[in-house]
Design a protein around this ligand. Structure first.
Ligand SMILES: [Zn+2]
Length: 279
């Protein structure tokens, strides 16, 4: 009896986690669970480990089919959100494929068009440089937050990666120093206004990005101020982009003078590892 209760609670926890991190994963696990209980009853009686393997395989197959086959169509039809390219298109690409696998790459059509404009314009000046996107929004429901970004809940927001140079050759690269794309901070230099130092005294959450980087090779790269500055220029020029968040020391260093700039506040995460833009 106790084993059954424990197993049920574990399933509930898994459903919550899958929903929090992928939005659709929880419901797909429930469907798989019900299906497996009905159709794999005999396997379950014979061997639980075999039953669990079958259930996991069913879940993965159904999840991937839904993620890449069903959800993009449903999101466009019912939620006015479109999927961003998984591979490079119009010079836009994900920093990591996991953003797409976890369904975190949905935006309003206007934002997709704005990104395509930015990507195409960047390519004119830097032909081999790609605009790499990070977390955007989930496919469905306004108000459903994409943790840890509380404001990414309406299809209007997206984070973009900075550009980097290969530290050894000092050549531009499209690679990024952290696996998730977050958590490698271009910190304030001596004499620059240091907002992160102030905010970190108020909240540990300001540095949540460093706990999500998974792994990093930051010693191999340096910040590419030239291309990042040009990316910021294109963001500012894009009419449909109404706001962006960037740490004050980078805004000043890159000379990004624009009324679209906002300080995100100390309750958000710091913005010297990426730039946040929104409609
Ligand atoms: Zn953001």
């Amino acid at each position: 009896m106790l084993k059954k209760v424990f197993s049920f609670l574990l399933q509930c926890l898994l459903i919550i986690l899958l929903t929090v991190f992928t939005q659709i994963g929880g419901i797909i696990w429930v469907i798989t669970w019900l299906e497996a209980n009905i159709f794999c009853y005999k396997i379950k009686k014979k061997s639980y480990s075999k039953y669990f393997t079958v259930k996991l395989a069913l879940f993965l197959a159904f999840y991937l089919f839904a993620t890449f086959g069903i959800v993009p169509l449903a999101a466009e039809k019912y939620s006015n959100r479109v999927a961003l390219p998984i591979l490079t298109e119009n010079n836009i690409q994900p920093t990591t494929i996991w953003t797409c696998i976890l369904n975190r790459h949905y935006v309003r059509p206007e934002l997709k068009n704005a990104l395509f404009n930015i990507g195409q314009n960047l390519e004119k000046k830097y032909p081999n440089s790609k605009v790499s996107y990070l977390d955007a929004n989930f496919p469905f429901y306004n108000g459903f937050p994409l943790l840890p970004h509380l404001s990414h809940n309406d299809g209007k927001k997206i984070d973009l990666s900075f550009f980097y140079l290969d530290k050894e050759t000092q050549q531009p690269t499209n690679e990024k120093p952290s696996f998730s794309g977050y958590g490698i901070y271009e910190k304030a230099k001596k004499g620059e206004y240091n907002q992160p130092e102030i905010c970190l005294k108020q909240s540990w959450y300001y540095e949540i990005g460093k706990y999500t980087k998974v792994w990093s090779n930051e010693d191999d790269y340096t910040f590419d101020a030239e291309r990042t500055r040009y990316l910021m220029t294109l963001i500012v020029k894009e009419k449909s982009i109404r706001k962006f968040f960037l740490e004050p020391h980078l805004k000043n260093r890159l000379k990004v003078g624009s009324s679209k700039w906002r300080f995100h506040g100390c309750r958000a995460s710091r913005h010297d590892d990426h730039v946040h833009i929104q409609l």
